[in-house]
Design a binder for this molecule. Structure first.
Ligand code: PLP
Ligand code: COI
Length: 372
């Protein structure tokens, strides 16, 4: 059996805020006070924040949208999202920088990817400039929930869209809702930076020419049985292989893979059926331009993984989570970096990326979007 470091559950019940009716000195002076949450132990779960953005698409056009305090959605029993899973989403984070600004990381790429997802699912595009504005407004409206610098937590941002009008024949809905909510989160994997144990899955995540390259809810629904099976067997996550030949490494349920070769080259799988991770694309730039490492994106056969020195999972939620071991039907691939800490190159990548996100290291032009 393996040491289970499974994804942090919805463990937010303990996130009690100590409230007080009296106005604090800060409020009297018009200074925003942070919520009094246990930032260091927050886990990766849903914690309702004050405001979210909602826009509706009807008669071929988006309305102006607005912020609302209502976290609930009422829809028809036959809504497209409920019957045929017509929904897609994005995942982003807001960070408090060392000098106290609140920023997001490359939101233009999330806006572009959401557009790609919508087009593939026959959904109307929410204009990219409005996507970025909605994200900016929701984060600003929930400023009190943006975890402080150095707390280890961040504000996770979830833009999403779904078909809301009734459909019973298999076809796209006519009306849609676009929303953005936020929730403060800690590390996606419970052990923080403790290396993970991954199972080579017998299930497939995405078909060739399917929807693996977009962020459709359906990709995640179909991974639930695979992840529960992996957890029950003591693994932290699944490695999915290409569904066509079951030869090449694809990704996990919620992150891309990065490998480091024994001669310090950073390599990552190239495939049309994995999600084009913004974190992974950024890390390849960081490896090349900040760390002077050679980088390569190419098909990676499972067979060659045993020769690599380090392995990590990268994504908005995962940041870079080190992998210590991959188990392929009883055959163990143990990376030289071991089961107690991140490998040295993974660590440098992690420190540089988070340094850029938290404002400790200068970012490439256009990577940091300042909210305030
Ligand atoms: N792969 C999958 C399946 C994901 O769900 C995610 C998360 O968004 C990623 C990769 C990482 O993508 P990103 O770095 O853009 O968050
Ligand atoms: C993200 O990293 O933002 C994702 O959407 C992945 C999900 C598993 C939480």
């Amino acid at each position: 059996m393996y040491n289970i470091v499974t994804c942090n559950g919805e463990g937010t019940e303990s996130l009690q805020e100590e409230t007080t009716e009296e106005m604090t000195e800060g409020e009297e002076l018009g200074i925003m006070e942070k919520k009094n949450l246990d930032w260091a132990n927050i886990g990766f779960g849903y914690h309702e924040t004050d405001k979210r953005f909602v826009a509706n698409y009807k008669n071929g056009a988006w309305d102006d949208g607005a912020l609302t305090e209502d976290a609930n959605i009422v829809m028809n029993e036959c809504a497209g999202v409920l019957q045929y899973a017509q929904t897609c989403f994005e995942g982003m984070k807001a960070y408090t920088t060392e000098d106290g600004r609140i920023v997001t990381f490359r939101p233009d790429l999330n806006a572009q990817r959401m557009e790609d997802s919508c087009k593939r699912l026959e959904m109307p595009v929410f204009p990219q400039d409005r996507f970025i504005q909605a994200v900016t407004d929701v984060v600003a409206a929930n400023e009190a929930y943006v975890p402080p610098y150095g707390s280890g937590a961040t504000l996770y941002i979830r833009p999403y869209m779904f078909g809301i009008s009734p459909v019973i024949g298999v076809r796209p809905a006519e009306e849609y809702q676009f929303r953005v909510f936020t929730t403060p989160v800690g590390p996606y994997f419970k052990g923080g930076v403790k290396p993970l144990t991954i199972k080579v899955s017998d299930f497939d995540r995405a078909a060739p020419h399917g929807t693996g390259h977009i962020k459709a809810g359906l990709n995640y629904a179909m991974s639930l049985h695979a992840i529960m099976t992996a957890h029950a067997e003591g693994f932290d996550e699944n490695m999915y292989l290409d569904a066509g030949s079951r030869t090449y490494v694809e990704e996990t349920g919620g992150a891309n893979f990065l490998f480091v070769t024994k001669d310090n080259k950073v390599i990552t799988p190239k495939s049309d059926s994995i999600l084009p991770s913004i974190t992974r694309r950024s890390l390849m730039t960081v490896a090349k331009d900040y760390l002077g490492l050679e980088v390569e994106e190419r098909p990676i056969a499972l067979e060659e993984v045993k020769d690599f020195a380090e392995c990590g999972l990268c994504g908005t939620a995962a940041v870079i989570s080190p992998v210590g071991k991959i188990v392929d039907h009883g055959k163990e691939i143990a990376f030289p970096s071991g089961m107690s800490e991140m490998g040295p190159v993974t660590k440098k990548l992690y420190d540089t990326l988070t340094g850029i996100q938290m404002g400790r290291i200068d970012a490439p032009e256009g990577w940091i979007h300042v909210i305030k």
